[in-house]
Design a protein. Sequence first.
Length: 745
Amino acid sequence: MSTTPHAPGPSVNSPSADDAALHAEALEALVALTGRQDARFHPGQFEAIQALVAERRRVLVVQRTGWGKSAVYFLAALLQRRRGAGPVLIISPLIALMRDQVAAARRAGVRAHAISSANPTEWRDIEEQLAADAIDVLLVSPERLVNPRFREEQLPRLVDRCGLLVIDEAHCISDWGHDFRPDYRRLRDLVGELGEQVPVLATTATANSRVVADVAEQLGTGGGAGREVLTLRGSLTRESLRLGSMSLPDDRQRLDYLVRHLDSFEGSGIIYALTVSAAEDLATLLDRPGRRVRAYTGRTDPEERAELEQALKDNEVKALAATSALGMGFDKPDLGFVIHLGAPSSPVAYYQQVGRAGRATDRADVLLLPGKEDRAIWEYFATASMPTQESASQVLTALAEAHGPLSTPALEARVDVRRSALELLLKVLAVDGAVQNVKGGWVSTGAPWHYDAERYETVARARREEQQAMLDYESLTGGPAQCRMVFLAEQLDDTTAVPCGRCDVCAGPWYPAPDAPSTAAAGSAAGGEDEARVAALLERVGVPVEPRATWPSGLDRLLGAGAPKGRIPEGERAAEGRVIARMSDLGWAVPLRELLRTDENGTPLDAVVPERIGNRIVEVLKDWDWAQRPAAVVAIPSTTRPQLVGSLATGIASIGRLENLGALDLAPGAESLRGGGNSAFRVADLWERFSVGPALKARLDELDGAPILLVDDVIDTRWTTTVAARLLRRAGAGPVLPLALAQQA
């Protein structure tokens, strides 16, 4: 345990400020919190409580998952309230975490409530209890600080009365943190508003030295001279974890391994996947009578999430196949294993997820099964989360020129930024003071704003270094000198770690070999069924693509008074389409990503459709349950992959004995479409890009409303097929059925 030197702060003028008396009082509360008469403080826990309660310090606690950081802030909250302090405000990043924290606080006799998107019907009652001083602890998300009503009505009163501010998962404050969230940066201003006498606690289990320094600097805002932040930092290694990593050649072998050997992992656990579709596929594949496996992703309804979390805690499921949506704060002390199908993009993020396991057990198993697609997925998420100078300038200009607040949809018609990226950018600009969220939308504050290109490039470089470190972790083979736990600890700048003696590098593989007999169904009919299920999942083709039903708002600003709006008429709408697979799927997504790759300059590579991919298209057509067989094929003209799209259309027409009507006409001088952008700008770019030529129009008239296959290489936003289908329908075509090799999302 290391602590930074600190000067003594002012003591509370009460006998309970005496160290021995405070320790006795805090220990009594700890016994109540844990329900154990033999409960004792871990090294550093009482030191943190003492600094907060007796000295009113600002404290940063960096300790491993399961050490008891929540005990520190709940006990400090209880002791502060006993001394007449106002309610404690806890900033917590996840609804799941809030649920657990509220339950834990109430066990200690702390009156705790949370305000989140999961309980809007309770907000008014909670506000009334706050006004009556009947709440000890209020938990809110950092995003709640942006809400105009909460910021204007509740936050000022909380700041005036706040007895303790707690920032949980404090690495989110820092740009350098593995899970940086822009709204967390608002906490610096909140800390500065509190004044010197209000203690502040920040906690995290995943912070290297750079993050620690950044968070400590932000906690020091308004802390007063000679009152530097007290940092309590302990060893981050977990003695219970048995780490391993096994590289298998392809998805088939990785999935076959999980199907065959999941039951060899004791207890219940979490299987992490990098994408929503992979997690859902995993759950479908692994679930069977007597061994329940369920999916938990960002698409899972909040109520169902709570039910799934409880089912895992109660060992009613063998595993949850999850994305990172099940992460920070989920607490099952006896979680038996964590398996990753695909690696997170950094060892720090990986450590955070595997830290869910083995909190209160002697052993928990952690296995990484990396995939070939990992780097492509990392790059996609990395580029999607970084604001650009161009997009920031567009937003600031649009707000400065507006005559009032602009909602996010209204902004989309003025700036060519996708919704998710726009929402992130607005948060960054709001935190920096350049924009403000008010009733009715967003406004410019008029404050000068500078795009810190150097900072963003430094962050991007750090992310690339983290990705390489994750690849290095996967390839560790050099004996105890390259212990996996030591490697992870060093990524967190913990120099106290020693070889664990348990991981597969220290002690050899502890997990079943890929060709080992199955623990449950070796040689049995069930084993054959499992192999068939893996094959069916990986060979599955023909993912439906839902058509767009509504035009984006604000098109009149881009296209003029005649722009479409509202719902797309049934007679102008595309029908449900098909692709071989989504780019985020398991199985055929791998060869599709290879076919649709770009060169080192980002230029799409062009080639004819290979036979094995063409055969999959034939399967898609064969299984398509259309009401009426298409009569012809029309291609969307491509400026990037003309060979690919052309050979796809020709091949489909030949094999299906359909008439090849060629391609839509492309506007003269049309260039490649820009990547990214939002729906309104994408439609504007496409609006006059295509046309139906006289020959095609005449042939459509002769086909007398027969269905048409509309062929492209990739379906991304679905606006290309939407606009093209509208043109064909208005030119006399019957139902237009989009068909492509892959879907981007």
